[in-house]
Design a protein around this ligand. Structure first.
Ligand code: ATP
Ligand code: MG
Ligand code: FE
Length: 340
C-alpha cells in the first residue's frame, strides 16, 4: 500500500511516503534551532513550528515521491507518546487528509514506529524479535511478536532515558543540545577506558536500566576537575561516558534475547544513531549468535518515514483503522501500537 506518514511528537515535523517497504520520500523540518538556547524543547514553540512547517513539508514529500495526494491508500500519524500540543498538529493534519481524500486513518505509536522503520532497510522484522528502544524520552527492551499489534515490555529505565543522559552530560561538558551527536563526535578523539564511570543495574538480574547515577557521576567528576584547577579532558569524558552507556545497553539487550530464546535484535530510537552503541552491539551480537538490525542513523531520529513504515505494515496486516475522532495521547503506552 501507498502510505503517508506524519510525525510531530517532538521538534521534528516529519512526512514520509512509502509503497509497502519501499521508501519514496522522507522530508523533515526541525525547530531545534529555536529550542537550542533553552537547553531543551519548548513545547509551545514546537507546536507553533509544526503549524508553520506542516503544509510545506507535506507538499515537499509529495513532490519528492512523485505521487499525488489522491494516490495515497492510507494516512498514518503519530498519536503518541510525545508533547500534547505538538502531537495535535500532526493528528489534525492527518485527519484533514484522510477525511478530504476519503482514505483510512491510522493513529500509531511513535515508539513502535522507531522499531518498525528498520523494515524499510532490512525487510520484514523476524517474529519474534527483541527491540532495544533508546531515545530522548524512552529506554526499553521489548519483546516483539508482531510490530503491528503486539509488543510487551521486558524492562525499561527506572529514571532517565539514555538520550536524556546524553543531553545532560553534553550540557555539563558545554556542548550544544541535543547532546548525542556532539558527544559521539568528541568521543572519537578520546579514550573509552580513561575513566571508569558506574554501570548501574548491570548485574541486578533485571532488564531495567538506570542512567541518572551515571549522569551525576560524570557531573561530579567534571566538577572535581574544575575545583582542582585542572583542565577537563572533554574527549576522554565523552568516550568514557559513552562506553558506560553502550556497555549496559548491549549487555542487557543480549541478556533479553538469551532469556527469551530470541535470535534477532533490532535497535531503534535516536540513540541507535550512536556509533559506539552500533559497533559494540555488532560485536556482542556476533559472539552471542544473535542477528542484529539497526537502521541507518538518519532513520533512527524522529522522521515521518517510520510512521509510514509502521502504517504500511498495519494496513498489510488488515487491522481496522482508527476513528476520525482519534485523540492525541501524550502518554500512550508502548504496548498500544494502534489507537482505535
Ligand atoms: P521519544 O522517541 O522517546 O519520544 P524523541 O523522539 O525526542 O523521544 P529521538 O528523536 O528518538 O527522541 O532521539 C533523540 C535523542 O537521541 C536525543 O536525546 C539525542 O541526544 C539522541 N541522539 C541523537 N543522535 C545521537 C548519537 N549519535 N549518539 C547518542 N545519542 C544520540
Ligand atoms: Mg528531535
Ligand atoms: Fe522519537
Amino acid at each position: 500500500p501507498l502510505v503517508l506518514g506524519i510525525e510531530t511528537s517532538c521538534d521534528e515535523t516529519g512526512v514520509g511516503i512509502v509503497a509497502g517497504r519501499e521508501l519514496l520520500a522522507d522530508e523533515v523540518a526541525s525547530s531545534m534551532d529555536q529550542h537550542a538556547r533553552f537547553g531543551g524543547v519548548v513545547p509551545e514553540v514546537a507546536s507553533r513550528a509544526h503549524l508553520e512547517a506542516m503544509v510545506p513539508v507535506l507538499d515537499g514529500a509529495f513532490a519528492k515521491a512523485g505521487v499525488r495526494p489522491s494516490d495515497i491508500d492510507a494516512v498514518a500519524v503519530t498519536a503518541g507518546p510525545g508533547l500534547a500540543g505538538a502531537l495535535m498538529v500532526g493528528v489534525a493534519a492527518a485527519k484533514a487528509y484522510a477525511y478530504a481524500l476519503g482514505k483510512p486513518l491510522y493513529g500509531v505509536n511513535h515508539l513502535a514506529a522507531h522499531v518498525a522503520v528498520d523494515q524499510l532497510e532490512h525487510g520484514p522484522l523476524p517474529a519474534p524479535c527483541v527491540a532495544l528502544l533508546v531515545s530522548g524520552g524512552h529506554s526499553s527492551l521489548l519483546l516483539v511478536p508482531d510490530v503491528t499489534g503486539e509488543m510487551t515490555s521486558l524492562g525499561s529505565t527506572i529514571d532517565d532515558a539514555a538520550g536524556e543522559a546524553y543531553d545532560k552530560v553534553a550540557r555539563v561538558l558545554g556542548m550544544p543540545f541535543p547532546g548525542g551527536p556532539p558527544i559521539d563526535r568528541a568521543a572519537k578523539e578520546g579514550a573509552a577506558d580513561a575513566i571508569r564511570f558506574p554501570r548501574a543495574k548491570l548485574h541486578d538480574g533485571t532488564l531495567d536500566f538506570s542512567f541518572a547515577g551515571l549522569k551525576t557521576a560524570v557531573a561530579r567528576w567534571v566538577e572535581a576537575r574544575g575545583d582542582a584547577g585542572e583542565p577537563v579532558p572533554v574527549a576522554d569524558v565523552a568516550a568514557s561516558f559513552q562506553e558506560a552507556v553502550a556497555d549496559v545497553l548491549t549487555r542487557k539487550a543480549v541478556s533479553a534475547c538469551r532469556e527469551h530464546g530470541v535470535t534477532d535484535l533490532v535497535i531503534g530510537g535516536g540513540v541507535a544513531a550512536n556509533s559506539r552503541l552500533r559497533a559494540l552491539a555488532a560485536e556482542r551480537c556476533a559472539s552471542a549468535g544473535i542477528r542484529l538490525r539497526v537502521p541507518r542513523p538518519g532513520l533512527c531520529t524522529d522522521n515521518g518515514a517510520m510512521v509510514a513504515a509502521l502504517g504500511a505494515s498495519i494496513v498489510a496486516a488488515g487491522r481496522p483503522p482508527s476513528s476520525l475522532a482519534l485523540p492525541a495521547d501524550s502518554s500512550l503506552p508502548v504496548t498500544e501500537v494502534l489507537v482505535p
